[in-house]
Design a protein around this ligand. Structure first.
Ligand SMILES: C[S@@+](CC[C@H](N)C(=O)[O-])C[C@H]1O[C@@H](n2cnc3c(N)ncnc32)[C@H](O)[C@@H]1O
Length: 230
């Protein structure tokens, strides 16, 4: 079977990248603005926007692009009483989307601002986190319906909310504090064994999500390859 090169932009320690690798159809290469020695595939310390410009210029050749621009300016932790902190974080979604469109390549953007073409949740894969994440499909589509495909949660996320303790089958894989998952719990709950850096785990997409997306992206790329060959 044909394999494809995918640029994994804003890769962090590669939760998303590893999911593409697990399909057996992709070789991810990571790009992050800071060194990520735990990234499990070839890695480049590079700005994602600059990397997209290089892809457009033909300087970097790939078959597809995944991008997880930092989400702190929009994520739930920076809403409500924490809203005043949100401006501290850059928002790269608009520029990333514009440049990904311009590559003409099939792409995937994972970000709170992303159009929710696909929305995945840990329970769909039997994981120990809920972690709903939106995926916008750039220059391709797949069949997804939240109503049809989302799976009912087994219970609540373990921890304190509004001063009240809740037990449940899922851990909070974000932030710090006594009620949040430990590093070992986060590794187990998300299926990420190759980093024990708390920040990298709290940022990560469970690989099961991008394995799901990647399997469908590979079908699309196969169809494109057939069309080109005809
Ligand atoms: C939300 S995390 C990505 C998580 C990753 N997809 C995963 O599943 O593990 C965002 C990453 O973007 C990186 N980053 C921030 N600004 C960047 C930039 N301009 N270019 C490349 N990476 C950047 C951060 O260092 C951080 O590792």
């Amino acid at each position: 079977m044909k394999t494809y090169r995918i640029a994994d932009l804003y890769c962090c320690a590669g939760g998303a990248g590893w999911g593409y690798y697990l399909t057996g159809r992709f070789y991810p290469e990571g790009y992050d603005i800071v060194d990520r020695p735990n990234y499990p595939c070839p890695f480049n310390r590079a700005d994602a926007i600059e990397t997209l410009r290089r892809i457009i210029a033909g300087d970097i050749v790939v078959d597809a692009v995944h991008a997880s621009p930092p989400c702190q300016s929009k994520c739930t932790l920076n809403k409500g009483t924490n809203k005043r902190f949100a401006f501290n974080y850059a928002d790269y979604y608009d520029e990333t989307k514009e440049l990904m469109d311009a590559t003409g390549l099939p792409g995937v953007i994972e970000n709170p601002s992303a159009r929710p073409d696909v929305v995945l949740c840990g329970e769909m894969f039997g994981l120990g986190v809920l972690r709903h994440r939106k995926f916008e499909l750039v220059n391709w589509t797949t069949d997804f319906s939240y109503k049809r495909d989302h799976v009912k949660h087994r219970g609540r996320v373990r921890g304190y909310r509004h001063g009240e303790w809740h037990d449940g089958p899922y851990i909070a894989a974000y932030g710090n504090g006594g009620d949040k998952g430990t590093v070992a719990e986060m590794q187990e709950a998300m299926g990420i064994t190759w980093t024990d850096v708390r920040e990298e785990l709290t940022e990560a997409i469970p690989p099961a999500y991008t394995k799901w997306v990647g399997e469908r992206l590979a079908v699309h790329l196969d169809a494109m390859a057939l069309e080109e060959a005809a």
